[in-house]
Write a protein that binds this ligand. Structure first.
Ligand SMILES: NC(=O)c1ccc[n+]([C@@H]2O[C@H](COP(=O)([O-])OP(=O)(O)OC[C@H]3O[C@@H](n4cnc5c(N)ncnc54)[C@H](OP(=O)(O)O)[C@@H]3O)[C@@H](O)[C@H]2O)c1
Length: 401
C-alpha cells in the first residue's frame, strides 16, 4: 500500500459547480488536512481558492487534464473527483488510482461507466489495495446507508437478513446543474447508440461482481403508478432508482449477500394521497417517459442540451438552502417482522448535501480505519458505518423507526 504521500486528499474538478461546493466543505470540515485543489485551468483554480475561507487560501493548486491524471494519483492518498460526465472523462483517473494504490471517490451516477470501471480496474485495485468508490453523492449514499442500517438492525435483533426493502422518496427539493444534465444526456446518447448499453442499463444486476451467482429475484424498476399502503399514498418512478438499486445490489453481492440472499430492493417517489396524488403520479410517470424519449432522440437531445443549464451552472445559493430530502425505508426481514428507517437532510440533495457526502467520503478514505480491502467498491462496502457516523455528525439524519 501507499508510502506517505504529499497530499491526504486531492480534489479534482474543483472549478466545476459541484467541485466548488466540495472545496468549500473541505476547507471548513477538513481540519488540518493536507489537501490540494486540482483542475485543468490554473486561473480558474486561483479564483476558486480566493473564494475559500481564509484558512484555505494557501492550499496548493495542481493543474492536470482528465486524460493525463497519473501525477495526481501518485501524489495523493485519496483523489476525490467531480470531473464529469464520467463516461467521457473518468476512466483514466480510475485506472491511474487503481495502478498507484490510491483511494478514489466520485459522484458518478452513470451505470455504464461504473460497469466499465469494474471490468478494467477491479482486479488491479484489489492487488494494489486502492479503494475505488463510485456514487458518493445523493446517488447513491442515502440508499446505500439506509439499507446498511436496516440490515445491521435486522441482524442485531436476530431477525436474519432482509427479504424486501422498499425506499420511497417522500420529499425532494432541489435543482440540477449543467454537469448533471450533461451526464444524463450522455447516458441517453450512449444508450441510443448501443444495444449493449441499453441491455446493461435495463439489467437489475448491471453492477454485479458475478452475474451468474445472482438470485434473479428482481423485477426491474417501477415505471408506472402504484399505491403504497404503508404511506397511504400514490407513487411514481424515482429517476435515480436505475442507479441506486444497482449500487445497493452490488454492495449486497460484495458482502456475500449479508443483506439477504434473496433481497428484493426497489425505489419509488411519493406523490401524495387521494385523486390529486394519483394525478401527480400519473403525470410524473408520463413526464419521465416523455423526457427519456426526448433525451434518446438526437435532435431533441441537442435541443435540450442548448436550452438547459450549461456545465459550470447550477441552482443558486438561495435555492440550494431551501432544498432538502426525506427517504422512508420499509423492510421485511427473513424471520417476518418489519423494520422502518428514515434518511434525510437539509439543503439541495444534489449539491449542498452531496458536497457533504463526497467530502466526508474523501475524509473517511483518508483517515478512518476502514475494514474493506481494495477493489471497485460501493459506499456501503468501502465506507459503511464510518461514513454514516461522519454524515450524522455533519447534520444528515439516519434513523430507525
Ligand atoms: N451523484 C450526485 O448526486 C451528483 C451531484 C452533483 C453532480 N454530480 C455529477 O458530478 C459531475 C460534475 O457536475 P457539475 O455540475 O459540477 O459539472 P461542471 O460544473 O460542468 O464541472 C465539471 C468539472 O470537470 C472539469 N473538467 C471537464 N473536462 C475536463 C478535463 N478534460 N480535464 C480536467 N477537468 C475537466 C471542469 O473544469 P473547467 O471548470 O475547467 O471546465 C469542471 O471542474 C457530473 O457528472 C454530475 O452528474 C453528481
Amino acid at each position: 500500500m501507499q508510502a506517505e504521500r504529499e497530499f491526504e486528499v486531492v480534489l479534482f474538478g474543483a472549478t466545476g459547480f459541484t467541485g466548488r461546493l466540495v472545496a468549500e466543505y473541505l476547507a471548513l470540515a477538513g481540519g488540518a488536512l493536507r489537501w490540494a485543489l486540482a483542475g485543468r485551468d490554473l486561473a480558474k483554480l486561483e479564483r476558486v481558492r480566493a473564494g475559500l475561507p481564509s484558512a484555505a487560501r494557501g492550499v496548493p493548486l495542481l493543474v492536470a487534464d482528465a486524460s493525463a491524471p497519473a501525477e495526481l494519483a501518485a501524489r495523493a492518498h485519496v483523489v476525490a473527483t467531480t470531473v464529469g460526465p464520467f463516461a467521457r472523462y473518468g476512466l483514466p483517473l480510475v485506472e491511474a488510482c487503481a495502478s498507484a494504490g490510491t483511494h478514489y471517490c466520485d459522484l458518478t451516477g452513470e451505470v455504464h461507466f461504473i460497469r466499465r470501471s469494474i471490468d478494467v480496474a477491479h482486479e488491479r485495485a484489489r492487488a494494489t489495495g486502492a479503494r475505488i468508490v463510485h456514487a458518493c453523492g445523493f446517488d447513491s449514499v442515502p440508499s446505500e446507508l439506509g439499507v446498511l442500517l436496516l440490515s445491521q438492525e435486522s441482524r442485531r435483533l436476530g431477525l436474519g437478513g432482509l427479504r424486501e426493502v422498499k425506499m420511497v422518496v417522500t420529499q425532494l427539493r432541489g435543482g440540477a446543474s449543467g454537469g448533471t444534465l450533461a451526464s444524463i444526456l450522455g447516458v441517453a446518447e450512449a444508450a441510443a447508440g448501443s444495444a449493449e448499453i441499453r441491455r446493461l442499463l435495463l439489467d437489475p444486476y448491471a453492477l454485479s461482481p458475478e452475474r451468474g451467482a445472482e438470485p434473479h429475484t428482481e423485477r426491474g424498476d417501477q415505471l408506472g403508478v402504484r399505491y403504497e399502503p404503508a404511506l397511504r399514498c400514490w407513487t411514481g418512478p424515482f429517476v435515480m432508482a436505475a442507479v441506486n438499486t444497482r449500487v445497493v445490489r452490488r454492495s449486497n453481492a460484495l458482502l456475500s449477500y449479508a443483506y439477504g440472499r434473496e433481497l428484493s430492493y426497489a425505489e419509488s417517489m411519493s406523490l401524495g394521497a387521494g385523486p390529486r396524488g394519483l394525478t401527480r403520479a400519473l403525470g410524473l410517470s408520463l413526464g419521465l417517459g416523455a423526457g427519456l424519449l426526448a433525451a434518446g432522440l438526437g435532435p431533441t437531445r441537442r435541443l435540450l442540451a442548448r436550452r438547459l443549464p450549461h456545465p459550470g451552472e447550477g441552482p443558486s445559493r438561495e435555492r440550494q438552502a431551501k432544498g432538502g430530502f426525506e427517504l422512508e425505508f420499509f423492510a421485511t426481514t427473513e424471520r417476518g417482522p418489519t423494520l422502518r428507517a428514515r434518511v434525510g437532510g437539509d439543503g439541495d440533495p444534489g449539491y449542498s448535501a452531496t458536497a457533504k457526502m463526497l467530502g466526508e467520503s474523501a475524509l473517511a478514505l483518508a483517515r478512518d480505519p476502514l475494514e474493506a480491502g481494495g477493489g471497485v467498491l460501493t459506499p456501503a462496502v468501502a465506507l459503511g458505518t464510518h461514513l454514516l457516523e461522519r454524515l450524522r455528525a455533519a447534520g444528515l439524519r439516519f434513523e430507525l423507526r
